[in-house]
Design a protein. Structure first.
Length: 326
């Protein structure tokens, strides 16, 4: 998924000819293993971590077992220490500002659907951010437990600012716990698969693809941000308190992504999974799914829009919705 090219064993590739760094590895989200279409969206984490992360770990183990230690000069850390001291000196640009701007540029101009002009504009914007990055300084100047240096979306200082405050780290809710923080997600993905989260289209296409305008793509762009993290499913009070069989917000977001796609014609095929007492209707608009979504998806809105589409469809045919009330 990432931008560091590697072999299938996690060794970093140095050049276009396949030369590898014998003692440098990359694995997980930062690594780029060319695995056809599997290296995309919600499948990438499983492939990168479970398959190639495991191969990289095994290869590293074999390498370390036989490798000799390389002499390290006494001043090897001087440059890094100087950089850290500079960052901790205060003033300058806050790194969070650059991160937020970079995220915005990448989402708006280098998304799934992109144009040459947008990508050129993105390159120019990122170049300017790179220049500003040289002036990044932290507002927190402590050397230890520096909240500005924590690579987190939510900083500890923002949720536990008082003396004696504690933070509990728990596994995802509404899913069976296997061990520690590990949960079994089979039910979550079974519901996800039930809505047929892929393009279903009977439309003819021009040459090799079905053309779509940027305006048409914008209709469902918000839903494409879903990474199947299950945060919305975990936070849903309907699943935890009333109906464990509820389809859940993540699956409905995946449905909305395709129902709003002008190329898709699969509404009726998905309808049985949506229009039933455990489909879209148990949602009570608690908005917890929207609040916890790390990608800023308007989950509750998409659920309600899906309900409206079903109601309109049934009304046009003189039918009732199947919410279990009759």
């Amino acid at each position: 998924m990432g931008g560091i090219p590697t072999t299938s064993d996690g060794q970093v590739i140095a050049d276009p000819y396949g030369t590898v760094y014998e003692d440098l590895y990359a694995a997980g989200e930062c690594a780029w293993v060319s695995v056809h279409g599997a290296n995309r969206l919600s499948t990438n984490s499983l492939v990168d971590l479970v398959v190639f992360g495991s191969r990289a770990g095994q290869h590293m183990e074999r390498f370390v077992r036989d490798a000799d230690f390389v002499p390290v000069p006494g001043d090897a850390d001087d440059e890094i220490r100087s950089r850290i001291e500079l960052i901790l000196s205060g003033g300058g640009t806050h790194g969070e500002n650059i991160r937020t701007e970079m995220e915005s540029v990448m989402m708006e101009k280098v998304g799934i659907y992109r144009t040459e002009s947008e990508m050129s504009s993105a390159v120019e914007s990122i170049s300017k951010l790179r220049e500003r990055y040289a002036q990044v300084r932290t507002q927190d100047t402590r050397g230890e437990y520096n909240t500005d240096l924590l690579a987190c979306k939510t900083l500890v200082k923002d949720v536990a600012s008082g003396d004696g405050d504690t933070i509990s780290v728990e596994p995802l809710g509404n899913l069976p716990v296997e061990r520690d923080l590990m949960v079994r997600q089979s039910d979550f993905f079974e519901k996800y698969r039930s809505v047929k989260p892929f393009l279903i289209s009977e439309q003819e296409f021009v040459e090799k693809e079905r053309l779509q305008s940027p305006e048409q793509q914008a209709e469902f762009d918000n839903a494409t941000k879903c990474i199947l993290c299950a945060a919305c499913y975990s936070a849903c009070p309907v699943i935890s308190e009333k109906n464990p069989s509820f389809l859940g917000p993540a699956a409905i977001v995946q449905t909305a992504r395709f129902l709003d796609d002008n190329r898709d014609t699969g509404f009726e095929e998905r309808l049985p999974s949506l229009d039933n007492k455990n489909g879209v209707w148990p949602c009570e608009n608690h908005f917890q799914c929207t609040v916890v979504c790390p990608r800023g998806i308007k989950v509750t809105k998409l659920i309600n829009l899906t309900k409206q589409k079903i109601k309109k469809y049934r009304k046009q045919r003189g039918e009732h919705i199947h919410d279990g009330s009759a």
